[in-house]
Every structure is written in C-alpha cells, then in structure tokens.
Design a protein. Sequence first.
Length: 693
Amino acid sequence: MSTALQPHLERHRDSNTATLLGWSAVHQGDLAAGLTWFAQALSWTPGHDEAAYGIALVHRQQGDLASAERLARQWLDTAPRWRRFLGEFLLARAGESRQQGQYIGSLQLLEAGESYEIPQPAARLMAAWNALDLRQLPAAVAGFTAVLEQDPASKDAAYGLVLASRQHGDLARAEAVARQWEATSAPMRDALGAILLERAGVSHRQQQYAESQRFLEASAPYQPLTRAGEMLHGWNAYHLGQYEVAAASFVALHQALPDEESAQGVWRSYVQAQFWAPLGALAQRQPGPLTTLWRQHWSQRHADRSLWRAAEHIAPGTLASLRGLDSPLVSLGGLVRDKSGTSGLSALQLQLAPLATTTLSYDTVHTFGLRVGRLRLDSGALGPHAPIGHLPDTPMPYRVAPTTALDNSVEAHVRYSQEGWLTPYAELGLTPTGGKVPSFPIWRLGLLQQTEAGHWRLEGFSQPVRESLLSYTGLADPYSGTVWGRVLRTGIGLSTYRSLGERWGMAGQLSASWLRGQRVAENWQVGAQVSVGYNVAPPGFTYLTVGPQLGLEHYAKNLSHFTLGHGGYFSPEYQGQIGLAAHFLTTEGRWFLAKGSLSLGWQSHRDSRSPVFPLMPDGRTFAAQTESGIVFASEVQALARLSAHWQLGVGIALRQTATFDDKAFSLFVQYGLQARRAVLSSDFPSHVFQTAY
C-alpha cells in the first residue's frame, strides 16, 4: 500500500502521511523502512518535528547513539519532548557505562542529564549505585535515601541503602532498613543475618558481651553461625559468667577443629565451672563420640532432678517432651484466700485477681518472670470498743473510720533464675500499693545446689507478713488516726534433702528472721523442721513419700495483738508440731501433672504475756495463753494440657486447727507461643500460693 501511495505522496510532498507510514513501519519492526519514510518527510518539510523525532528514535533503537544524540541536540529547543528524549538517552548511555565498570563516566552522563528531563528516580538510583561502587559512601547513602523518599516501594534502593549504610559503619540503620524488607526479600534476609553477626563482633570488641550475645541469637534465623560466630558466642558466655554455656560452645568447636582458641575456651570455662572430672576426660583424649555421650549423660542427670531447662540446654532435642520449653509463657488467673479470726482484726480475706504473669527465657536456662496482680483485702467489720490502736482505759467512740479493707491495690514482682546444677535466683517486688503504710521493696535471693545425694538451698529474703490487714499493709488507729503496721520479715533460710538409699530420704529446714514494721516493736524468729520419708513410688508417680515430721518455732515477743506497737501476726513463744506428712508428684511429661503435700499431726503453742503497748508500756498487758490440738495442712496444685499451646491450672490450700482455719484457691490459664507436647513440673508458676501466705 505504501509503495502505491509513494507517487502520490511525492507529487503532493505529503510529509504528514509519510510520517504516519514511518511510524507504522517502526511498530511492525521494520526500522529501515520507517527511517526511509521519516527522512522523506523531513526532506519535504525540514521543520517537521514528528519526522525528526522518528529518525532520532530509530537511530537509538538501531544503536547509532551518536546520530541520535546529534539530532536530539539540533531539535532540543523545538519541543519539550526532545528534552525528555535526551534525558532518557543519557540515562541509557549511563547504564551502558556502568555495565562496563565505568562508574565515573556513568556519573558524568547522569550529571549531564540533570540539565534535561532525565527520568527520575531511576537516575538518582543509578547515581547512588555508582557512588557505592566508587566507595563514595555518604553520597551513596544520601542517594538511596532520596530515592526511597520518592519511591518507598523501591526494593533496589532499599537494598542499596542497606549495603551503603553497612559499609559506612551505620549498622543500626542498615539493620532497621533490612528488617522492613526481610519478609519479602531473600537478599535482605541474607544481608540482615550478616549485619547482626557484624554487630555482635563490634559489641564484643567493646566488651558489651550481653549485647553481642543478643545480636548473635538474632542472626541465627537468617544464616548459620560461622566458626568465628560460634567462637564469639563462647567467649561472650564466658565473660558473662555463663560458664556452662561457654563450655558447651568450646567443646563443640574443639570437636570440629582442635585449635588453640577452642582449647583455651574449653579449659577456662570448665575451670570456672569447677567441672574437674569432665575436664580431665577431655584433656586425656581427642574429643569425639565420647564427648557426645558425655553431654547426653549430663543432660539426663539434670532431667532426673527435674532441671528440664538445663537438660534441654546441655543436649538440645534429646528429649522430645522438652520441645518448645523455651517458649514465652503468659498466664492469667486469680487467687482467693479466707483466713478465720476476729472480724476487723485478725480475720483476712484476700482476692488477687486478675493476676497476670509473663515468663521469658534466654538461652533456655535463663528465665525472666513478671507478675502483676490487682489485690483486694478485707478484714470484716470492726465492732465498737475493739482492742485496737491506742485502746483507751475507758470505752470511747472511734474518731477515725476503722481501716477494714484495701481495694484496687497492685502487687508487682519480677524474677530471674539460671537453671543448672547450681541455680541462682532472685526476685524483686513491692508490698501492695494504696495501703495505710507506704509500699516498700521486698526481695528474695537464693541458690539451689544439686549434690550427688540430694540438694540444698540457701535463701535470703525480705517478705511481707500476710496474716492480717495490720501486718500486711498497715492500719490507721480509729481512736487517734495514727498509722502503723506493714511488717516485713527479713532473714535467711537453709533447707536440704538427702537420699538415704533407694526409697528413704531425709529433709530439714532452718530459718532465722528479723521482723519490723512502722511503729511496730522489733521481733526475731527462729525455726527448725526435720522429716523422714519413704518413697512408695506407685505407678503414675515420680514420687510419693510418707513419713514423720517434727517442727519447732520460737519468737522473742508476742506481737499478735492489734494495739499500737503490735504487728497483728502470729508470734508464739514456742510452737511445736509432730505428725505424719506426705509429698507427691505425678509422672512428668504427660498431659496432666499434679503435686502437693498433706500433713496431719498434733500442735501445741504458747503465746507469752505481752504489753498492751510494746513500744510505750503503761502497765497493762495481754495475758499469756496456751493451746493444743490436731492440725491439718494441705497444698495441692494441678496442671492440664488443653492443647499444644494452652494449659489450665488449679490450686487448693487448707490449714486447720481446733481454733483456726485458712483456705485458698487459685485458677489460671497459661498460653505458650510454641507448641508443647507435655506438662512438666517447671510449668507450675512459683507464685501460686507464694503471693497468699
């Protein structure tokens, strides 16, 4: 058709039709024909912009870049699209120069293109990559940042910013950008792993060992640790005093390659941990399969003591029931307690609900716990002329409303432990808020040491005396408004258990404490208990021991009353108990687990005569009294696996004598982020009855 039209077009010098035929040929892929028609149109009409544009475009597509550029510059001022054409042309040439490794030349072309309508943000992105390859890191960072501000979805710019920031030493920014893209970009995930590993090395050199360890653990999901990374992990643990962790790392490294550094790590870690026998074995032979056997044996020794976290840490994956043990655990529930006594004085009702706890683990054996609960206390109505506060000689009405309840109070505690053959633990908290006496810090600090034949525990503590509203949070004297109470028991306790053979065992406890409160006379206490048990061990039980027990306790003063200077807590001159006790734990690693204790016996105690006002005696006294009778106590907890993630727990505690009874009940649910196959004794929250007594 175009051939038939040619005579007509030449006769009429129809440039527009010739240009249309040129574009038709270009669209059909016939660049030569298109160039011919465009040239013909331009010869007929020298100022025909469309024909000139077609010629320039065909030259560029044919690779004749010089002709395309020359023509574009000739027509530059005739129409805006020539500026865009020249900008696109310079961008293409810059890309070719970059592919050839001519980064400076590429930058020069891009700079030249800034005078024209060079496509953005493509030009800025290419300039940033050129700057990165030329190690012009500040310019590269600025360039990639500018591109992302213009096009936040640019993966190429984000990846470039990660590389540039990392090379520039800004690892925090590199990590932050990589984390934004890790879910959708495999290269970003690889880069993130490398960045975290590099940050671990920097922190280690700065002696920030805990921070270095966190970066190492964070890098694990993105890339396996190299030997250098494993070595770094070992030395971090060593400098943090985690000698068991360090030893495990260095032993593995020494098995792979027994070089000097790994040997030093094994030696120093085992010496610090006092593992002399294993150290001797490793020193005498080349590590190999025996080392693996030793690790499995050591893990099982911990599992036999219900040190499940330590067992999993020593030989991960050996016991299937431990899978998911280091998962974060969240618990929500409540607890109620009802203690008998004189209304408004020694009686006490306690409600701790809701009670929320969170348990997190680090490196499996390190556990961190947070416990927060809403507390309500009620002692009942206080009758008129009660023996409380200033207690006037003659009956008189109250001047201040009696303190008989505490509502919307908060109790909070944090806890840490590192489980192992030697387990240190610590707890810090506050007495309830909103009491008449201000809150005060409370704490526990202890060590649990396993031995060949049993274990011992040494604990220091400062805890509230939760026996009455006066001893727990304090009262305001209804006669004068004077505030007193909130007794803290600060002391030390030692407990031990020793196996006496396959079935028999002996346990003992010693305690000494100092008690004081605001405007309360100081007091001190000592106590001892010893028991012998025979493990019946029926099917379905880890242990079921039955045997006699004997307990003795003494307080220097009787401060059990509610006048000023007294603390409102049971403080006999002596108390003795003798009876039978049973302790049990069902088989661990199943869907259901229960543990508890029951005791039945005879108790006798004497409350000594006490001044009405111990801090300012006026001659009046409370008479001494002695009581004896049967005593029963029980405490049972149960935990059931509802699903792979959910557990349900209940607890019941009962204490009863001829003149006194005290009962408590708890209910809670627990959720673990990782699936669990079974319930273990370590899943029982330590706070179930600790917060009630």
